[in-house]
Design a binder for this molecule. Sequence first.
Ligand code: NI
Length: 170
Amino acid sequence: MALLPIICYPDPRLHIKAAKITSVDADIRRLAADMAETMYAAPGVGLAATQVDRHIQLIVIDVSADKSQLLTLINPEILSREGECEGEEGCLSVPGIYETVTRSAWVRVRALDLDGQPFELEANDMLAVCIQHEMDHLQGKVFVEYLSRLKQTRIRSKLTKLTKHVRVTA
Ligand code: NI
């Protein structure tokens, strides 16, 4: 297994739409394992393939306190949703930024597992929020895009300053 580099907002690659996975093979299983290792090491509770620059519909999630409930979703689709819930979200691709986002409070999701078998899952609370957050990544959407334009501009400039320290005397 290997730790994968996570790309950070405002990297334009975060806005690439992920393609459906046509065959769940050994390469996909290896990528899923590497993504899980990367997520746990970060540490985070979810990671989409988009964030490691692989633009295919693959997500890993574990919202459990003891990191014992790894969930892998391939080609996930939301079948139904109910209610609203407000939560404070952060993202491994937007380090240090936490903002309130409104999401559906309950979702029913269909996906493929690592054997390529379809399954359905009902989720609420933190898991529902996390699934929606990660599925947005697959659509090329980062959670900060739910915020006001002003906030987005501030976040972009803050993160750009975080990664670039250039001082030129000329
Ligand atoms: Ni994220």
